[in-house]
Each structure stands twice: as C-alpha cells, then as structure tokens.
Design a protein around this ligand. Structure first.
Ligand SMILES: C[S@@+](CC[C@H](N)C(=O)[O-])C[C@H]1O[C@@H](n2cnc3c(N)ncnc32)[C@H](O)[C@@H]1O
Length: 282
C-alpha cells in the first residue's frame, strides 16, 4: 500500500450490494498489510477497492453480470454514464417499465445495454438485491422507490481508478492461486449463517456452502505460507472462529456491526464481525 493509503473522504460504491462493507471499510483498511497490488476475489460493490490506494488491483467475482458491469464501465466510461443516466427517469420508475426493462436485461446480447440495465435494476429493484431464478434470469421484484439515486459521482470514482485495475470473472480459488509476492488479498465471502437454522446467503446461482468456507480458509493458509498475506471478513460465529483459528498463521479481531435484521423493517441489531489476518512467517 502506498504512503498516502487512506482516501480522506470515504467513497460510496455505485451499487447496493448484500454484505457490502462500506460501513466497516476503515477497520478493514487498518488491518490490511502493505503491498503493491490488492487482490479482491469477492469484490461485490467494491467498497474496499474504492477506499484504498494500492498501485495495482485485481478485482474478481463469480457473478458474471457484476463483472460485465465493471468491464463495460471501465471501457466505455462517460458513454456508460450518459447511457445509464437516460434510464433513470420518472417514466421508467413504475412496475410496468421495470418489468419490461428487466425482461430486456435478461434477453439482450448488447453488453453496453446489459451493463447499464444492471445498474438500473440495482437501483430500482427491491432492496438492491441481485437474485436469479433456476434458468439464470434476474427475478428481483420492483422496489417502489420514490426517486432512485443515479450514482454519477460514484461511477466517476470507479473510472478514476480503472487504469489500475484488472477485472476477472472467476472463482476465488483461481484468483488467490494467481497471487505472488508483493500482493495482498482481501476476501469477503458470502456470510456463514448466524445460526444453524438460517440458510447460507445465496449471491449467485449455486450459493456458497460450508465446504466453500472451509476451502477458503485452507487456501488462505496455503497462500500465507507462500508469503502472501490474506485478510478474511465474515460473521463471528463458533464455526468461523474454529475454522480460522485452526490455521496457526491467523490472527483474529472481532468488531460489533449494526446491521439490518429484516428487509421490511428499519430495526437494527448488533452482529459481530470477524477479521482474520493470515500472515506469512517473517
Ligand atoms: C459479501 S459479498 C462481497 C461484498 C463486497 N466486499 C462489498 O463491499 O460490496 C460476497 C461476494 O462473493 C461473490 N461470490 C460468491 N461465491 C463466489 C465464488 N465461489 N468465487 C468468487 N466470488 C464469489 C458474490 O457474487 C458476492 O459478490
């Protein structure tokens, strides 16, 4: 990380994203080791990418539509912004238009159109969810927001850093195994469930299982042994604590995070988040 690591005012991501880390980005940055290049294998809305100052970045995710959005934003820049802005009108903010545009998103083969519609759906759909049916079609219902926000400033903040970022569509294991000395990895996988009865959060078709969580912890340990530090965030549960503590190289910190407990209410409760840093032996 360069000396002027912290960006003074925090940059909000352009997308709403389940499990987005904007609110705890300061704590994450405090624990991120120095390095030349940051690799984010579960990039989501990119809160950490946008609020750090590494020389180079690799961002990746398993969600193809999300990666297409970033690639087209990087390639088309102002053209993306002007095309996307045209979708944010009061005429397009009703159920009929929303479902027509959602259908277009699911069928278009034009990458620029698809990427701008992805942003439209993210801001006009229910709770900023990104959810698919068994056929792989986006099926989030209309969100009924008064005036969805067009994130121009946030898109520009991404564009400003775009030169430094390489964008990949791949599984986290591939992204982590491509790391070399001088890299730092930040992993923000889908959360483990808070209780045994709750389901694992599904972000893209297929979900993220208990064995994926274990696979991540194992690869983090293996990567630290190769001399590359890895920071993982997750819910602090007996399961994650056991899984990460099993690695001798991992140091755990926990923090309290206020989080929304129900989509229909504004009620918040405290949940504990764990930050596990897998350090190479010095
Ligand atoms: C908690 S979110 C990341 C949030 C992000 N840190 C932010 O601030 O918005 C988890 C991400 O992991 C991605 N994901 C799920 N399974 C994956 C896998 N096997 N490999 C890579 N990414 C995966 C999801 O698509 C989702 O974007």
């Amino acid at each position: 990380m360069s000396k002027k690591q912290k960006v003074s005012a925090k940059t909000r991501p352009p997308l709403k994203w389940a499990g987005g880390k904007f609110r705890i980005v300061d704590e994450i940055c405090r624990l991120l080791p120095k390095g030349k290049r940051l690799i984010e294998p579960f990039v989501g809305s990119g809160a950490v990418f946008l609020n750090t100052d590494f020389e180079q970045y690799v961002i990746s995710d398993i969600n193809y539509d999300l990666i297409l959005f970033y690639r087209i934003l990087k390639k088309e820049q102002k053209k993306f912004i002007s095309n996307a802005k045209r979708l944010f009108t009061s005429r397009n903010n009703n159920a009929e238009s929303y479902y027509r545009l959602r259908k277009e998103f699911n069928t278009t083969t034009n990458p620029l159109r698809k990427a701008t519609l992805f942003l439209y759906l993210n801001k006009h759909g229910y709770n900023g969810l990104c959810r698919y049916n068994a056929a792989g079609e986006m099926n989030v219902p209309f969100g009924r927001y008064k005036k969805p926000y067009f994130p121009e400033r946030e898109l520009l903040a991404f564009i400003e850093k775009a030169e430094r970022v390489s964008i990949k569509h791949e599984d986290f294991a591939k992204a982590m195994r491509s790391a070399h000395i001088g890299d730092v990895i930040y992993c923000d996988p889908p959360y483990v469930p808070l209780s045994d009865t709750s389901n694992f959060t599904t972000y893209s078709a297929g979900g993220f299982s208990r064995s994926d969580q274990q696979r991540l912890a194992d690869i983090a340990e293996e990567t630290a042994k190769r001399g590359i530090p890895v920071l993982i965030s997750n819910h602090y549960t007996s399961d994650t604590s056991r899984m990460y503590r099993a690695a001798k190289a991992a140091k755990l910190e926990s923090l309290n995070v206020r989080r929304l407990i129900s989509c229909n209410s504004s009620k918040r409760e405290n949940a504990r988040e764990v930050l596990a840093l897998f350090c190479p032996k010095s």
